[in-house]
Design a protein around this ligand. Structure first.
Ligand SMILES: *Cc1c(COP(=O)(O)O)cnc(C)c1O
Length: 357
């Protein structure tokens, strides 16, 4: 990082709508904070960014992103800690991943220090939107899309980078029921699965809807070629506990999104002396462990849901119930630790938390 500090010009909203928010009935991702950050790319470089009142964006009907899909995003959260400060959790990893997603989608990278400065200034301006209600956070959505007004397939010459913020409560109200998907595919080797690219999520909606009609919340994706290896689930990475060992699919192939939450879980586990195996994980071994009672725990890990315990796994015509939640000592301990570091109740020895403003 260059150490340069960026300060973006601000146009303040004439009327905050914070007081209209119903905190006890907060839908996920539908309410937005007062301001947004916008920055345009043109003539081969990023132009000066600015913060403006939240509102619609003008769009040309031939805007390249909606035709050809050069569109990427990030997802992070701001929390209010017990000292009444607003903090981010490992935001530098989001900045780096955003740059990696951009590179894969043939889009211009945003220097990580500019990305972080924009997030921090925007969150700091709308800090009143970060509540200290337990389980709540301000969800931060940076995104970038191609804006050339041209119907023709080529990398766009112009882009828009925008950050919007949305106050949120818990993502899943209950432990999740997942179905192992053996037909549809999220990502193939050599594809864009590692990028947080918009099209990955569009492509997942139909298979996910079929699973939802069968009573599941989410799919567990398997490898595109053989459908015998487990990859990840929805917008969460997946972690299993068998024989007191943490087992999780390796991220070596470019088919799995490299999540901050899972990375943090594995770092914590190693610190605590818990054995961690990052390796190819077969569907067969997980189903076998679940049926023989050896699968002690299984959970999704992601910023939106944090640690989401899996209650049930659907596999072909079977539904296998996992151990009762009270027995999930490891995921409960991990969740409590992460919550504690974010709230300031547990010392942040790993320097995961960054203050805003
Ligand atoms: C965002 C995302 C995750 C989780 O990443 P975090 O950095 O932990 O939030 C996992 N899988 C997919 C497909 C995702 O889009």
């Amino acid at each position: 990082m260059s150490g340069v500090s960026f300060k973006f010009p601000v146009t303040h909203t004439s009327q905050s709508h914070l007081s209209a928010v119903d905190w006890d009935n907060l839908p996920f991702g539908k309410i937005f904070a007062d301001h947004m950050f916008v920055m345009e790319y043109a003539n081969g470089e990023w132009q000066k960014g600015e913060i403006i009142p939240f509102g619609p964006i003008d769009m040309h009907p031939a805007m390249s992103a909606i035709h050809y899909g050069q569109s990427i995003f990030e997802g992070m959260k701001a929390y209010r800690n017990q000292s009444n400060e607003v903090v981010l959790f490992r935001p530098e990893l989001n900045a780096r991943r955003f740059a990696e997603s951009a590179a894969r989608m043939c889009m211009p990278e945003i220097p990580e220090d500019i990305f972080l400065a924009a997030v921090k200034q925007l969150v700091s301006l709308d800090a009143a939107w970060v509540t200290d209600k337990p389980g709540y956070a301000l969800y931060i959505r940076p995104f970038m899309f191609a804006t050339d007004e041209f119907v023709g397939i080529k990398p766009s010459d112009t882009y828009k980078f925008v950050i919007i913020n949305s106050p949120v409560g818990a993502y899943y109200a209950e432990p999740v029921r997942v179905k192992i998907e053996e037909h549809y595919t999220r990502a193939a080797v050599g594809g864009v699965g590692r990028a947080k690219a918009a099209g990955n999520y569009g492509a997942s909606l139909y298979p996910a809807k079929l699973a939802q009609q069968q009573g599941f919340h989410q799919l567990v994706w398997t490898d595109a070629k053989t459908h015998t290896f487990i990859e990840e689930s929805g917008t969460m990475n997946i972690v299993f506990v068998i024989d007191d060992k943490i087992i999780t699919p390796t991220e070596e192939a470019d088919t799995i999104l490299r999540g901050t939450t899972k990375k943090t879980v594995l770092e914590l586990a190693r610190q605590w002396g818990i054995p961690v195996e990052e390796r190819p994980v077969t569907v067969a071994e997980i189903i076998d462990a679940a049926k023989t009672g050896k699968l002690q725990d299984a959970f999704g890990a992601g910023t939106a849901a944090t640690i989401a315990p899996i209650a049930l796994i659907g596999y072909r015509d079977e539904k296998i119930t996992l151990p009762a939640l009270e027995t999930r000592t490891l995921s409960l301990k991990i969740k409590a630790h992460l919550d504690g570091v974010k709230s300031g109740a547990i010392e942040d020895t790993m320097h995961w938390v960054q203050k805003v403003g």
